[in-house]
Design a protein around this ligand. Structure first.
Ligand SMILES: C[C@H](O)[C@H](O)[C@H]1CNC2=NC(N)=NC(=O)C2=N1
Length: 110
């Protein structure tokens, strides 16, 4: 099943964050996203034509978060929007983060 067909599942913690090797394999399915240095987060930087488009990206990424009950940090400004996610409950990455990222790619495009 592809990531966009799955849904984020409630994560209460008590499990280990995903190891780097597994995160790197998931990354191949979410073009544009990168892994941070200690493999605890993934993020995507969107370039946009102006502020309004950056705000629209932030809104779409926010809508996906509410639909999936899985919430990123979002920053945006004139010409850019940055979406970063990890699973708070485990202090690192879970499949949910990659499901969220795939759905953002689907919603935003590019
Ligand atoms: C019960 C519900 O799934 C949790 O409170 C969710 C809400 N959104 C969340 N978002 C993120 N990014 N990490 C979490 O651990 C998290 N927990």
């Amino acid at each position: 099943m592809s990531l966009t067909e799955k849904h984020c599942t409630p994560c209460q913690g008590g499990i280990d964050p995903m190891p780097r090797g597994e995160a790197e394999r998931y990354l191949a399915d979410i073009p544009g996203w990168e892994l941070n240095e200690d493999a605890t987060r993934i993020s995507r930087h969107f370039k946009t034509k102006d502020f309004a488009e950056a705000q629209a990206v932030a809104n779409r990424a926010g809508d996906v978060a509410e639909q999936e009950d899985h919430h990123p940090d979002i920053r945006f400004g004139y010409g850019w929007c940055e979406v970063e996610i990890h699973t708070h409950a485990i202090g690192g990455l879970h499949e949910n983060d990659f499901i969220y990222a795939a759905k953002v790619n689907e919603a935003v495009g590019g």
